[in-house]
Design a protein around this ligand. Structure first.
Ligand code: CDP
Length: 231
């Protein structure tokens, strides 16, 4: 299917499968996929690794903001698809751990961190033909995105999906731990002062509790066809 040069913004709650969906759309429609959450997760991993977040969860905000100037987080494809790097180190596995998930939302609520990430995202967005997923892509990062999708799903279904994903990566967690983390992040993300998670007025809601990825793909293709009068 041929589509015009557009930005697709996918926002929504934790573990609704935004990134799997966005990757599928990117492959199918020849768009560049960008995972904004990976950038917030990388800042968090960096902060944990460098003692900027105390074990109690307390954040040394001043040190963190200072280090952002020299923090080189980027995406590279060294043969395994696009992966996240801090400098020379691939951190793709580490940033998906529950340890990082447990600390990421307070870090993502810091204004300077959001500015750091937004600048990177807008740079990528200049290329157009991009599909990006996150919490504030359609509201703050690309308010003019041509297609905006807001994803949601039943919390228990989301927790089961995330547990499976963590298990496949060799991480052992309980369903209660994962569900607690999902609910906590939903709450912090929706209630923070800077760029909270809210549905953009012109976003279309997708509840994928009972949908396969192929059904989602058919749904978005129809959305794009209708929007741009494509046969
Ligand atoms: O994969 P999952 O949906 O669980 O999360 P993610 O997209 O990897 O994002 C991890 C965290 O980063 C979220 O819980 C938010 O706190 C933060 N985030 C954000 O604030 N804004 C974005 N555009 C993307 C992520």
């Amino acid at each position: 299917m041929q589509i015009p040069d557009i930005i697709i913004a996918i926002d929504g709650y934790s573990s609704t499968g935004k990134s799997s969906f966005a990757k599928k759309i990117a492959t199918e429609l020849s768009l560049l996929y960008l995972d904004s959450g990976a950038l917030y997760r990388s800042v968090t991993f960096y902060a944990i690794s460098n003692g900027i977040i105390a074990p109690s969860g307390e954040i040394d905000r001043q040190t963190l903001c200072k280090s952002l100037h020299d923090l080189d987080i980027h995406f590279e494809d060294r043969g395994n698809g696009s992966e996240t790097y801090i400098g020379d180190r691939c951190v793709e596995k580490e940033i998906r751990s529950l340890a990082v998930s447990d600390r990421v939302s307070p870090i993502a609520a810091i204004q300077e961190v959001r500015e750091y990430v937004d600048e990177k995202l807008r740079e990528f967005g200049k290329k157009k033909r991009v599909v990006m997923d996150g919490r504030d892509i359609g509201t703050t990062v690309f308010p003019d995105a041509e297609i905006k999708i807001f994803m949601t799903a039943d919390p228990m279904i989301r927790a089961q999906r995330r547990l499976k994903e963590l298990e496949s990566k060799g991480e052992k967690n309980t369903i209660d731990e994962v569900l607690r983390n999902i609910k906590e992040r939903d709450f912090i993300d929706s209630h923070r002062e800077v760029s909270p998670l809210v549905k953009a007025d012109d976003a279309v809601v997708l509840d994928n509790s009972n949908m396969s990825i192929d059904q989602q793909l058919d749904w978005v293709k129809k959305l794009i066809k209708d929007r741009f009068n494509i046969d």
